[in-house]
Design a protein around this ligand. Sequence first.
Ligand code: PLP
Length: 389
Amino acid sequence: MGVYNRAPLAFERGRGVRLYGDDGRDYLDCVAGIAVNGLGHCHPRLVKTLEEQAEKLWHVSNIYRIPDQEALAARLCAATFAEEVFFTNSGTEAVELALKVARRHQAAKGAPERIDVITFEGAFHGRTYAAVTAGGNETYLEGFGPRLPGYIHLPFGDMDALKAAVGPTTAAIMIEPVQGEGGARAVSDADLRLMRQLCDEQGALLMFDEIQCGMGRTGKLFAYEWSGVVPDVMCVAKALGGGFPVGALLATHHAAGAMKVGAHGSTYGGNPLAMAVALAAFDEIAKPELLDHVNQVSGYLGQQLAGLKDRYPDVVEEIRGKGLLIGLKLKPNNRDFMAQARENQLLIAGGGDNCVRLLPPLILTQDEAREAVEKLEKTCEDTRAKAAS
Ligand SMILES: *Cc1c(COP(=O)(O)O)cnc(C)c1O
């Protein structure tokens, strides 16, 4: 189906931060499968775990206990605010469940009229029906019939609009603490605090979508830790499985208590193969040394990119994001810039607001970070030369 705008390039193999193309060239991968390959390509522990599990057991069903699922849920709860976890195969399924949890929570409290979920401009929450409605991006909604009722979109950062919108029909506020697809925009701690306060006052749930910004990406295991604002519900996916498709919904008992037997389910979600790999990926990413490393290397990149912006004000308008979720808002077209970077053997992702994003594996070394900056510098130089010709 012609839904992808694909680059004319395929890869034969990957190792760490390096991808090897079928054009015979190697590339520095600062996309990491859109923040999925947090540990890079073919991490030895993940390869070994996958191979060992493949010989033991792939799939049973959630009608049985799955010990690694219980172990990973326990790890996630110990590391966060959460008391309950549900495993999915993707991010959008976790979002879909969050939206169901919010309404079920309100209905069980005796407030079934509370169905509205408030989201923000620039949000991305996935591609299933409720998730695209929640995201509110017109391009993703056009031609798909009537919108689902109960979704309210507000301008990013407009806290007056939020105060006016939260009321007796609000079920939840949902937000990415650092927007990903929207162009690496971090929400201020003050705004997150206000959201928490409004939810508490009004009896609404605060739901964070950390599918992209979670799992070490910002230098903490989860981005919400920077603000100290704790949600009731959180969606996780992408780096959770290190490349194996897996997502999760994390919640407090209070938020998810109404999800009784039969209220939800999944055939594949949390199967033994997925859980073995995700458990290994979690244990690697949650290591304090790795999170320290993310902070060091992202600090270095931040300094270097500030210099780049100063040298190329005609190309780079703004550097934004948090940790290794980095956005460069550009003056020239972002798609052209990505293609030029690819020519220079650097892979970067696009983003809203004419941004390009750097989402390298969290294991990116300082030398590799320097190489990325050199390749970006060359790309700025090439872009400038093209504009002049
Ligand atoms: C990628 C993403 C999703 C959707 O995840 P899929 O696995 O593609 O369904 C949802 N929310 C955010 C913030 C994302 O980055």
